[in-house]
Design a protein around this ligand. Sequence first.
Ligand code: G6P
Length: 363
Amino acid sequence: SEAEKSGYPHFMLKEIHEQPRAVMETLHGALHDQLIPEAVELLANAEKVYVTGAGTSFHAAEHFSITGTRLAGKPIISFISSEYDTYLPAAGEGDVLIVVSQSGETMDSLKALRAFKRKGVRVISVSNVIDSAIPRESHVTLYTRAGPEIGVAATKTFTTQTTLLTYLAVRLGEATGQLDAGEREGILRSISSAGELVKKALEDTGERAKKLASAISRSSSAYYLSRGVGVPVAKEGALKIKEIAYIHAESYPAGESKHGPIALVEKSFPVVFVIPNDTYLETLLLGNIEEMKARGAFTVGVGPEGSRAVELLNDYIPVPRTHWALTPLTHTIPLQLLAYYAAVEKGFDPDKPRNLAKTVTVE
Ligand code: G6P
């Protein structure tokens, strides 16, 4: 009902604004969760670690694969849950599968869980719904505390999943001994201010995202590019604008442009660059921005304040500069708002996208 939207025109906008609180509650939950050490032990002793999910939850899974590999020095294999068959033959006892599912009811993810379990794989799930099917069948479940999400497009469930999984990656890094003390300090300091970071990103980017939405809403197609830890965030941005504004958006690691996709780029083609909080990745992306600019693309950046990319780009949305692993918490915010305002600009109801269901319980 209107009352439940607390004055916001749509649930999606309300839920976008609930993120500072949702990520803090999720973090506090994780800090006190007795099951975290259990999950960390399973992961640290695992022969192979897999992580899976569908849609937005797959993007959170990919984030864990990247942060886990970088912070804990343990390769983590991510796959889309409906593709589990491909990965099953190599899985067995001694391996661990993390299933990420906000609803805990997605059939593709449940089927992956069951198939891996039958092979003796231990299962850790990350869910937002207590006692849903996936948690019920898992060995260990870690819960996000986003509260109920009504909008079909996932928003606060993604930022809470990535908060929890980043924290898990840090703890795994401690367990494997790969994470040096300085980096551990830096990331824990940043993650403890996750709520403020998200709040600042909301305050700083709302108006700019709205303006950009009116420019981009007339386009039929766009690219969302990044590197490393920014890639799942770029994919999430592209998914959002597809889902609710019906703009065809493709996301791929920026280095691939020259291997095909750049053939499509002509004057005014929108290219959104997610520039992570990582100076090495930022430097690599400068070349990719130049390359798109040379073809006349309309280039937009979402990245840290004071980035060297600013002067190359047609438009720039600055977000708070923080540890690289927290890129989903800052950069996702303007991408959610961009999709939201583009949908509204085009006259669509962002809460009820056509052809989509909040939870898909069929294969
Ligand atoms: C559906 C929703 C998506 C969601 C996906 C996975 O397709 O429309 O927004 O990301 O399911 O849902 P889950 O509940 O498993 O995270």
